[in-house]
Design a protein. Structure first.
Lengths: 1059, 481
């Protein structure tokens, strides 16, 4: 088939402006694939050595990243082991598993049997409860092919629209905004716009952390041309602000106010692009709505100075080449769609749309959110950018699919409605794929309760560390990154291949295969796929189906911009597949449409659908009415009541609410960490990525910390104030959690003046698999945007209360012992919780409602997990004496390790401890040696020196009343790799001390994840080698030289330590 | 042994002494050539020699009187002799030739019948009278024998002298069944030694655990388990009613108060010692349980001193090596400048005033223990037993390595280490006992103390009373095998 493969030169000669081509064969090794994290969609080169060990670098050929990778992408190879993987389908007693937090009563099953069973149970559910009783909840981590099959399966053949994606939590406001403004879900901008703009405005985006490679592209351009300006609009002073010319710390949720004001300003300043405005609809109402938003009014609403607003407006007005890049701070909002349109309005008004260096730009959060949009895998979308509410479109799709019945017109159950739909009996069977909604959805505990009551819960995933897996009746092992193969679309509409690097582990299967197998067993036609390519070709065909580019532009979104056949066919002429290669059900339809041959699909290079530029041809202004109470009132003042508003003026010092229990009401903003991704099931495996932040933290302003009486590292309890969130929406949210909710979150305080007083920030990554009480989703009420259905995730009322911990602990365990240890800790906690009357913590009683709501006890023991290079670090704390006396008892740990030892026949375990009951300190270590009852394999001895048995460190436990009394874990972690360096007769003392007796310098907390450089090393280059710039530090110790996302941290160290 | 250099005035005083009229006396007479007496004789002679070389002063002669024919053997090394791991000749503290080289007159196999303090002379069993300028009583102690019924039966022994070793070894060789009454250091050493020689041994102990003076409960339990593994059986909380005998008045068992009779072919009483005070008492010295002395080892009588296990100071008796050696050092500091001129009979009081600058008072220090049983390393020092009120102020830091039977325990009070018990791994015994002895403030190293000296920046700590520090080897005499 070599004739089908073109080389770069040939392709470039056809379309110089585009890079659609296929790689020549000698370019296939190393394997080119795409990063599975954010929406940037960086190209990855995977090298596989002779031993099968994978290493990754950025793909210099990939137009998203040109060879660069961020900390997460750089660490991809570390996530490819066999650890924490699901490898076998199994049944599970979900009630017991939910109660215990670990899989219980599991029953492995073979694929054949479980697929038959699922098919028959889904058929029975449909027969008994109707077509609408089945739901799929899918994910932006699915490949386009998986997505396509899921969407076709449920919409075309089960016959409902109950399919939603975790993209609902990510960019559905952007989709809704795009559709309102452009008539279709179009992203009119390219990454190169970030380089060619004169002004980049980031709205609700910590681009330095969340899209670091793109941010790097802008910064490189700004370095070349320092006149380029960066403005960051964010309630927090994020690391992105480090490089900004202007930071507008607006109050959460006031983006529409700011942008209405901008539109008004642009009109006043005469910045309208008359030519462009000619093709725009509804300009006047939008300008009218913006009219009242004077700079002063905006400043008041946003809580910033009028000068700052003025400066921002002037810069936008002055720079024709302005790109406004927005992300979750805009989308994850009850007014997210309006925010998107308020931003787009200003671009439409100035004609800065789809032009080089001038465009609004939605930065998507997930690797394939865009692919999901293209196949329509959301409850309110159809497929191929066709419209669900358009009957013709539904016919078109049903016809293409040869669906057995017309497609349903009703919008399906959306993500945030799923819990209610299950609880009120509408949904009887739910299939969740590649996402962890028990962690990520608002009112996450309610969703978990719903799953516990649902008749049939199927979860397909690749990781055992998904909390949602523990809520399933049937668990299916899906292939993960590095195994699966297909396509993804990035934020600039660029479609790239993810390629398999290795055979799948165990019995893991591609999601499209699992879905197709079930569909076929349900007796459905049209799922006879042999390869991901078959599905992609069908997707291509559907985008082209009755999408005649020559037809006139109609109100019906016709012709559609999304037409992959149009994009591909002129350029890859030789790649058209023979009919024999097509699945049977497509053979009739596909004759005249472009199709990838098997080989051509394998060597497909990244391309942008719709070409390099999409210029929306009919655009619409949306009149925006900013919500009157956009933010949760700062410290929850009763601003809604006019009386209290009045009294507030007279009593300005009492602007916060703090009750007698010491609780302080704060506004919760959630977001990402630099080195983590989603619920950490993958990044949590990479030791380097767990160093930047290894425990759940709540970042607060120094004043609030003072008010709470807490210091850096102290623990606080976060409780939801669902009822207070009602006030921010004029429309009451459809669901209100009962006040009996037991949601509990514990976090360690991080104090930073990057926060506004009254705001608190907590990362969204922590799940039960990695922390006992840190699922931030349990704190968030279900308040959704009326247009997009996207939940408000960055503007919630919480109450924060100090938790005086009496003991702090660090446990390092060998990864083999991780689950055993967690089960042990859970049982410790459960044992304790069974005896409520004995609890050592008294909550101050009071007659106010607020207090009685808080009368739930404090968690008696909390912990979080962090994967280290050779071990797993568990960070613990407890406020309860009775628990502490257990934890500090060496017998308790001896018993634990004895229990573990009984399961080992060929190993013996030795333990040592040191303790002081009076000082409340314990250190305990266990090592393991192979007992000499194995037949020695002489061949293996000759090949491997490491066969000489030596003590394997299994467990290292430290407890103390103060964190500072715990040893650093760096050296101990290394000892999990080998204890050979320790003198035999000193072994236990060294291990208990946590360091060698002499001559050890601790590298300190990891600052640069990519190059693995610790804080102490950086400080040394500053103080001893006189490195006075991040550049010099990088030269001296390599810190900050890869993705650069730690440069601001390095600069802070220079500020602090440079003499 | 380095001592402070005398002040110039003292030098002048010493030089004058050469004109004294009593040069022909026996000089400094030491009664008793056990560990205290023989060591004192040697150390004093060495100090005199050094002083003579430096100043050319003439010193008093030294006479050492020994009741036993063997002079200056290390009694605490009898356990290895009993277990057959050592021979008696190895127990001598000093080469016999050394006494001669240092000019010490040794009167072996001679006992003292009386002391005439007024005349400053002693009457020997062979009829001789010996004048003394200074007299040192080092009469030691004898093994205590509890007067149970039949305590005088054939087969009841103590473990004190080389003669005892010889008899007990014979029982062991015949694989006899033996009981040791007393689970103290000596009793356990005897039991282990005899068991290793073939005897079937059981230790009978009144307390709840062995070595209750020296070990805390966890360490004692480890030790007891180790003893058990060596076939030494143990009866704790066992009160003896009487010794039972056969027709020939030979031991055949031990009747306990709980009614049980433990069969036995022989019994060793290891229930402590009684100071030998008879001679002192007869000589008119003040005696309580032991011969009363002050911190400079003076008895109630001028020119008469006492050291070792026969003395009592502030109500305390001394049975361990370290304090006895320290007493020797004190007395050497007091008497090393004595010369013929000291016959001027200065009163004790005025002498104290005059010499106090280089006299080193004896201060009772926390004791340390080392058990001399092959393969068992146990060590303790300082205070390790506390009443409840005291215990509330004590921080107890424990280290344990279960599979190796290592147990270390530190008792800390008000930022000082006041006691330690080490079992299995005694490598840090020197470090800890030094800290206890010095009364050092350990707050800066407390967190790492349990990990040993290598983890502790000892430069940061200071001894509370550095001037009173005893030589660091003081507690290391008597090695574990």
């Amino acid at each position: 088939m070599s004739s089908t493969i073109l080389n770069d030169d040939q392709a470039l000669s056809v379309v110089p402006s585009s890079r659609i081509t296929t790689y020549t064969e000698d370019l296939i090794s190393p394997i080119r694939t795409t990063c599975p994290y954010c929406g940037v969609g960086c190209g990855v080169l995977a090298n596989i050595d002779e031993a099968g060990v994978v290493s990754v670098t950025g793909d210099p050929e990939h137009p998203a990243n040109f060879g660069k990778l961020c900390s997460k992408g750089s660490a991809l190879a570390q996530t490819l082991g066999t650890e924490r993987r699901l490898t076998q389908p199994y049944y599970q007693n979900k009630q017991r598993t939910i109660a215990k937090g670990q899989p219980t009563d599991t029953q492995p099953v073979e694929w054949e049997a479980v697929l038959d069973d699922i098919a028959s149970r889904l058929n029975n559910t449909i027969v008994t409860h109707g077509r609408d009783s089945v739901m799929f909840y899918v994910s932006g981590q699915l490949l386009t092919e998986d997505y396509y099959v899921a969407n076709k399966f449920i919409k075309g053949f089960i016959g409902n629209n109950n399919i939603d994606s975790n993209s609902r939590l990510c960019m559905s406001s952007a989709v809704a905004g795009h559709k309102r403004a452009f008539g279709a879900d179009l992203v009119p901008s390219n990454y190169e716009d970030l380089e060619s703009c004169d002004l980049l405005v980031l709205v609700g985006s910590n681009m330095a952390w969340c899209h670091p490679i793109l941010f790097g592209r802008f910064l490189a351009a700004k370095k070349r041309d320092p006149n380029k300006k960066l403005i960051v609009i964010d309630p927090r002073r994020t690391d992105s602000c480090e490089f900004a010319d202007l930071h507008l710390p607006i109050a959460v949720g006031t983006d529409t106010h700011l942008y209405n004001g901008l539109l008004h300003y642009l009109e006043q300043e005469g910045c309208g692009n008359k030519d462009y405005l000619k093709q725009c609809h509804d300009v006047k109402p939008a300008l009218e709505a913006a009219k009242t938003w004077t700079i002063d009014k905006v400043a008041t609403a946003c809580g910033i100075s009028a000068d700052l607003v003025q400066e921002f407006y002037a810069l936008v007005a002055a720079n024709d080449k302005t790109v406004t890049a927005f992300s979750m701070g805009v989308n994850q909002s009850a007014s997210g769609t309006d925010k998107v349109n308020a931003i787009i309005n200003t671009h439409l008004y100035t004609g800065r749309v789809g032009r080089v260096g001038a465009s609004p730009f939605s930065l998507t959060g997930q690797p394939n959110a865009m692919g999901g949009r293209e196949v329509g895998a959301l409850a309110n979308l159809l497929a191929a950018h066709l419209d669900l509410d358009n009957e013709q479109h539904r016919h078109l799709v049903a016809d293409f699919w040869q669906a057995p019945q017309p497609l349903a017109a009703e919008v399906g159950v959306k993500a945030c409605d799923a819990a209610d739909a299950i609880l009120d009996g509408r949904i009887k069977a739910i299939w969740i794929m590649a996402t962890n909604p028990v962690v990520s959805l608002p009112e996450a505990d309610k969703f978990r309760r719903a799953l516990a009551t649902c008749d049939l819960v199927i979860v397909s995933d690749c990781s055992v560390d998904s909390d949602t897996v523990k809520c399933a009746d049937i668990v299916l092992p899906a292939q993960g990154w590095g195994e699966k193969s297909g396509t993804v679309t990035n934020s600039e509409r660029r479609i790239s291949r993810q390629r398999a690097l290795m055979p799948a582990l165990g019995q893991a299967k591609p999601d499209w295969w699992i879905l197709s197998q079930v569909a076929k067993r349900m007796g459905l036609a049209g799922f006879d796929y042999q390869h991901a390519r078959d599905i992609f070709n069908e997707h291509i065909a559907l985008t082209a189906y009755r999408n005649d580019t020559s037809q006139d532009v109609s109100e019906n979104n016709q012709p559609r911009h999304l037409n992959l056949a149009k994009d591909l066919s002129p350029m890859v002429v030789g790649a058209i597949a023979s009919i024999e290669e097509s699945p049977n059900h497509l053979k009739q339809q596909n004759k005249n449409v472009f199709s990838f041959s098997h080989d051509a699909y394998d060597v497909m290079t990244p391309f942008q659908w719709g070409g390099a530029r999409i210029t929306p041809s009919k655009t619409k202004f949306i009149a925006i009415t900013p919500p009157s109470h956009a933010s949760i009132p700062n410290r929850h003042t009763q601003r809604l009541s006019s009386k209290s508003a009045h009294s507030k003026k007279n009593n300005g010092s009492h602007t916060f609410h703090q009750d007698s229990s010491g609780a302080l009401d704060l506004r919760l903003i959630t977001g990402r960490l630099r080195d983590q991704w989603h619920t950490m099931t993958r990044t949590g495996l990479a030791p380097q990525l767990n160093q930047h932040e290894s425990v759940p933290t709540l970042t607060v302003h120094p004043n609030d910390a003072k008010q709470l009486g807490v210091d850096q590292g102290d623990y606080v309890q976060l409780r939801p104030c669902y009822e207070k969130n009602l006030s921010i929406n004029s429309q009451p949210p459809r669901t209100v959690a009962s006040t009996t909710t037991n949601s509990q979150v514990l976090a360690q305080v991080a104090i930073s003046d990057s926060m506004s007083a009254g705001d608190a920030f907590m990362p969204m990554h922590w799940s039960n698999a990695f922390a006992r009480f840190a699922r931030v989703g349990t704190l968030i009420p279900t308040v959704v945007d009326p247009h997009s259905g996207q939940p408000e995730l960055k503007n919630s009322a919480i109450s924060v209360m100090p938790v005086p911990m009496k003991t702090y602990g660090k446990i390092l365990v060998h990864p083999d012992l991780q689950d055993t240890m967690i089960v042990h800790l859970r049982e410790t906690l459960l044992d304790f919780e069974k005896e409520p009357e004995d609890q050592g913590v008294l909550i101050p009683s009071s007659d106010t409602n607020t207090i009685s709501e808080r009368s739930n006890s404090l968690p008696a023991l909390t912990w979080s997990l962090s994967r280290q290079t050779n071990s797993v670090l568990i960070t613990l704390a407890s406020p309860v004496d009775k628990v502490i006396s257990k934890l500090l008892d060496p017998e308790y740990w001896q018993h634990f390790i004895n229990t573990y030892q009984t399961s080992l026949t060929d190993k013996s375990i030795n333990s040592a401890f040191t303790c002081s009951k009076q000082a409340k300190q314990l250190r305990f270590v266990s090592t393991q040696v192979e007992v000499n009852n194995k037949v020695i394999d002489r061949a293996s001895i000759s090949t491997s020196k490491s066969d000489i048995p030596s003590d394997q460190l299994l467990l290292s436990i430290c407890f103390a009343p103060q964190v500072a009394q715990l040893p650093s874990m760096h050296w101990l972690n290394n000892c999990f790799a080998s204890t050979d360096a320790i003198p035999e007769n000193q072994r236990y003392k060294w291990l208990l001390a946590g360091r060698p007796a002499t001559g050890y310098v601790d590298p300190g907390a990891l600052v640069c994840s990519c190059m693995a450089v610790g804080e102490n090393i950086i400080i040394e280059t500053i103080t001893k080698q006189q490195c006075m710039s991040a550049h010099a530090v990088g030269k001296a110790c390599r810190a900050g030289t890869n993705c650069g996302s730690c440069v601001s941290q390095i600069n802070a160290l220079i500020d602090r330590y440079a003499s | 042994m380095s001592l402070d250099s005398p002040e110039p005035t003292h030098t002048a005083f010493s030089t004058n002494a050469s004109s004294s009229r009593r040069q022909t006396t026996a000089g400094i007479v030491i009664i008793g050539a056990g560990m205290a007496g023989s060591r004192f004789a040697i150390e004093l002679a060495r100090a005199q020699q050094q002083s003579s070389q430096e100043k050319g002063a003439a010193h008093l002669p030294i006479t050492l009187i020994s009741k036993e024919p063997q002079v200056g053997y290390n009694r605490i090394m009898l356990s290895p002799v009993l277990s057959g791991e050592s021979v008696f000749e190895e127990t001598y503290l000093y080469e016999l030739a050394e006494y001669e080289q240092l000019g010490i007159t040794v009167l072996a196999g001679t006992s003292v019948d009386a002391v005439e303090t007024n005349q400053q002379c002693v009457k020997l069993s062979d009829g001789q009278t010996l004048d003394y300028t200074e007299l040192v009583l080092a009469t030691g102690s004898q093994a205590r024998v509890i007067p149970f019924a039949n305590h005088d039966a054939k087969g009841v022994h103590v473990f004190r002298e080389i003669a005892d070793v010889q008899v007990l070894t014979e029982y062991a060789r015949q694989a006899k069944k033996g009981l040791v009454i007393g689970g103290g250091v000596l009793g356990l050493e005897a039991a282990c030694a005899l068991a290793s020689q073939g005897a079937d041994m059981t230790v009978v102990h009144v307390d709840s655990h062995v070595l209750n003076q020296q070990l805390d409960m966890p360490a004692a339990h480890l030790l007891q388990a180790e003893l058990f593994s060596r076939s030494v059986k143990l009866e704790v909380l066992a009160n003896t009613e009487c010794i039972t005998v056969n027709d020939q008045h030979e031991v055949n068992g031990l009747l306990l108060k709980d009614g049980r009779t433990l069969p036995a072919d022989f019994i060793v009483m290891a229930v402590g010692v009684i100071p030998n005070t008879t001679l002192a008492q007869q000589s008119g010295l003040e005696v309580n349980r032991g011969i009363l002395v002050d911190n400079f080892m003076h008895t109630s009588c001028p020119h008469v001193y006492a050291i070792g296990e026969c003395i009592e100071l502030d109500g305390e008796l001394f049975g361990m090596v370290a304090p006895v050696n320290q007493q020797v050092d004190t007395l050497v500091s007091v008497l090393k400048e004595s010369s013929v001129s000291s016959s001027r009979r200065l009163s004790s009081d005025s002498r104290i005033t005059e010499y106090k600058n280089h006299w080193r008072p004896f201060i009772s220090k926390p004791l340390s223990l080392k058990l001399k049983v092959s393969g068992i390393a146990a060590f303790s020092a300082g205070q390790i037993a506390f009443d409840d009120i005291e215990m509330a102020q004590i921080e107890r830091v424990v280290y344990q390595q279960t599979s190796l039977d290592h147990y270390l325990c530190l008792y800390i009070k008000a930022s000082k280490l006041i006691g330690t018990v080490l079992y299995g791994d005694v490598s840090e015994s020197g470090f800890y006992s030094q800290l206890i002895t010095d009364g050092s403030d350990i707050s800066s190293i407390k967190e790492d103390l349990i990990f040993g000296e290598a983890y502790c920046d000892v430069e940061k700590i200071e001894a509370a009373e550095p001037e009173s520090a005893v030589p660091s080897d003081a507690h290391l005499i008597g090695e574990a095998s």
